[in-house]
Design a protein around this ligand. Structure first.
Ligand code: NAI
Length: 248
């Protein structure tokens, strides 16, 4: 087992990429704490599956844009399970509109959930990781942060910011034993992409060299690489499993 007895905090763990990562990490021996926004039935189901794998699971509905709520949960996890080894900073959403239609409230919501939420959740777990001289933080960006996309300007900007945050924090964190990396997935089959218009979705698939959307498990596998024993030389990196959408 690659994560035996480690403690992982996963944001957005009730479904999609977060859920797949929670289950893979549990299969590899980690206890899992996750938060989610409402979505209680799916969160309960995920927790039951984690426990069926023989690992501990706790979860809480909260909004990662609420810094106090995130810090409170991180503290609760540490006092319930013990020190957090891995933060999988994943919770997210999108509001799709043409650039000129975005309101200030739309912009603030997207940036607050993604960039501010990930920044302060990392800050909530970071001091304890530094004190122990070890820790792993994985921030979920997006291929949209690399190449941009129509009808997603604030999302693309926030995701690009997350890659910048990952690199900046790495300069401070790596010498203290904390590795920070990002994953920038291409389009993945989750509730987030189910809401795309059918024509947009097909156009997306047609433009992908691999000819299909990715599966959440394919992103979880990248997270395991970064968090596991083979990931020790990744620092400030952005890995992008994206079906050939962005080749670099
Ligand atoms: P999803 O919609 O299937 O799951 C989102 C998860 O985040 C759920 O657990 C939800 O409860 C939680 N969540 C949403 N807003 C939250 C908030 N304000 N506070 C706390 N929890 C919140 O989405 P998916 O696709 O699994 O997305 C996960 C991450 O991957 C997001 O950051 C997304 O931007 C990113 N991503 C997704 C891609 C895709 O094609 N699905 C592609 C690239 C990146």
């Amino acid at each position: 087992m690659k994560l035996l007895n480690q403690i992982a905090l996963i944001t957005g763990g009730s479904r999609g990429i977060g859920r797949a990562t929670a289950l893979l990490f549990a299969r590899e021996g980690a206890d899992i704490a996750f938060c989610h926004l409402e979505d209680d039935t799916k969160a309960d189901e995920t927790a039951v599956e984690i426990r069926a794998l023989g690992r501990r699971a706790i979860h809480r509905s909260l909004d990662v844009a609420d810094i106090g709520a995130s810090k409170d949960f991180a503290d609760h996890v540490a006092s319930t399970f013990g020190p957090i080894d891995i933060l999988f900073n994943n919770a997210g959403m999108n509001i799709r509109k043409p650039f000129e239609a975005y309101t200030e409230a739309d912009f603030d919501r997207i940036v607050n959930v993604h960039l501010k939420g990930m920044f302060f959740m990392a800050q909530a777990v970071y001091p304890a990781m530094v004190a122990r001289g070890r820790g792993c933080i994985i921030n979920i960006a997006s291929q949209r942060g690399l190449k941009g996309a129509v009808n997603s300007a604030p999302y693309s900007a926030a995701k690009a910011g997350i890659m910048g945050l990952t690199r900046a924090l790495s300069w401070e964190a790596a010498p203290k034993g904390v590795r920070v990396n990002a994953i920038a997935p291409g389009p993945i089959e989750t509730d987030m992409t189910v809401t795309m218009e059918a024509a947009d979705r097909q156009a997306f698939i047609d433009a992908l060299p691999v000819g299909r959307f990715g599966r959440p498990e394919e992103i979880a596998a990248t997270a395991l690489l970064l968090a596991g024993p083979e990931g020790g030389f990744y620092v400030g990196a952005t890995l992008s499993p994206n079906g050939g959408d962005v080749m670099y």
